[in-house]
Design a protein. Structure first.
Length: 202
């Protein structure tokens, strides 16, 4: 995408899909734009994206580089995939977690995160890459997907295709069980409500 000169500008969990072989695919290019900008200077100006995934420079209203804004969003997505939760409630120096990012106090950030009982285990490699992707100042941010893929975090062994497929199948079974239980609860509650309104008893 970036190598084709396109900035997505709305990367978030909901826009990352998987095909039948569980390969990730980026969706929804409604806010995408040529990275060079309309004037060809390499800066974009429109304030788009989704709260929680929006790069600070977009929020500030200043011209920004679309690729670097996308990398910030990808950092947030990576965190969510590992932790199952957002890395901060709001991208603001007033936020209880992002204020550490704002001050570049990353040790303080991870300590604060631990105090909030987030159960995920973060490797030192992940922490380093995450910090480089979500640093508030775009000029300090890791600046390309190639560099991200060269980071030690991505040099670790990947799960095999079989392991990925098995994990997804197990998740699908769990989701279906949850839906089954929820449907039964709804049906039972509806039945009880009908009986109650009719003045009957079971």
């Amino acid at each position: 995408m970036h190598k084709s000169g396109i900035s997505h500008r709305d990367l978030k969990i909901e826009n990352i899909l998987v095909d039948r072989n569980y390969n990730p695919k980026v969706a929804d290019f409604g806010f995408s734009q040529f990275s060079k900008g309309t004037d060809g200077k390499g800066l974009l100006k429109t304030r788009v994206s989704t709260p929680g995934f929006t790069a600070p420079e977009i929020i500030s209203g200043k011209p920004y580089k679309g690729e670097l804004a996308d990398i910030f969003s990808l950092g947030v997505i990576m965190f969510v995939l590992i932790a199952g939760k957002m890395p901060f409630a709001k991208i603001s120096k007033l936020d209880n977690l992002f204020r550490f990012i704002h001050r570049e106090d990353y040790d303080g950030y991870w300590k604060r995160l631990t105090a909030r009982n987030i159960k995920a285990e973060f490797s030192s490699e992940f922490k380093d890459l995450f910090q480089k992707m979500v640093t508030e100042k775009p000029e300090k941010r890791i600046d390309s997907i190639d560099k991200i893929l060269e980071h030690p975090f991505f040099k670790k062994p990947y799960p095999s295709q079989h392991e990925i497929e098995q994990d997804f199948r197990e998740r699908e079974v769990q989701i279906e069980k949850q839906h089954f239980v929820k449907r039964n609860d709804i049906e039972q509650n509806t039945k009880e409500a009908i009986v109650y309104r009719a003045g009957g008893n079971e």
